[in-house]
Design a protein around this ligand. Sequence first.
Ligand code: IMP
Length: 199
Amino acid sequence: MTLRLEPGARLVAATHNPGKARELAELLGERFEVVTAGQLGLAEPDEPETTFAGNAMVKARAAADASGLVAIADDSGLCVAALEGAPGVHSARWAGPGRDFAHAMALVESRLAESEDDDRTAWFVCALAVAWPKGPVVVFEGRVDGTLTFPPRGNRGFGYDPIFIPNGRKQTFGEMRPEAKDVISHRAKAFEALKASLF
Ligand code: IMP
C-alpha cells in the first residue's frame, strides 16, 4: 500500500502545546485543514517511550483512533554527548512544570561540570509521526548537530535554543532569525522527509 496525504484532507495535530500546534499548522496549513487535539477535546497521552520516534507514534496513534482523522504528532528534544544523550526525551521535563528553560539550561551546564568531560557536542532531534485511524503509522526523523555554549545567548526561539550553536555557524539558535533556524532545524529536516514520502 502506498501511503499518501491527499491535499485538502482534514488532519489533527496531536498536540496540546499551542506553540507546536502553530508550527505544525504553519508546516501543513496551506495544503490541509488542520485541527488540534486540544480543539477536539482529546486526552493528552503520556510519553512512555524511551525514543523520540516511539513517543511521536504513541501520540499520533492515540489522536487518530480517538478522532477518526489522520493525525500528526511531534516529539523532540536536545541530546548532549557528554551526558549520554540526556536530556533527550526528557527535555521538556528538565524545565519542570513551570517550563523554566533558564533552569533547564543551568542544569545542563552543571551536569556537564560534574561530568568532567569537556566535549560540548550536542544535537536536536525531531520525530514526526503520521497515523491513520485504526491503520498504519509512519515516522520521520530530523537531526541538527552542533555544540553547546554557556552562558545562554539570544532571546529568540524557545527551549534550549540560547545554548545551541549549529555546526558551521557562529550564532546560537537563540540569536538567529527564525527564518534562518527554520531552514536548518531538526523539525524542518523531519518535515522534508515526511513531504518526500507522503505528499
Ligand atoms: P516534547 O513536547 O516532549 O516534544 O518536548 C520537546 C522539548 O525539547 C521542548 O520543550 C524543548 O525543551 C526541547 N526542544 C525541542 N525542539 C527544540 C528547539 O528547536 N529549540 C529548543 N528546544 C527544543
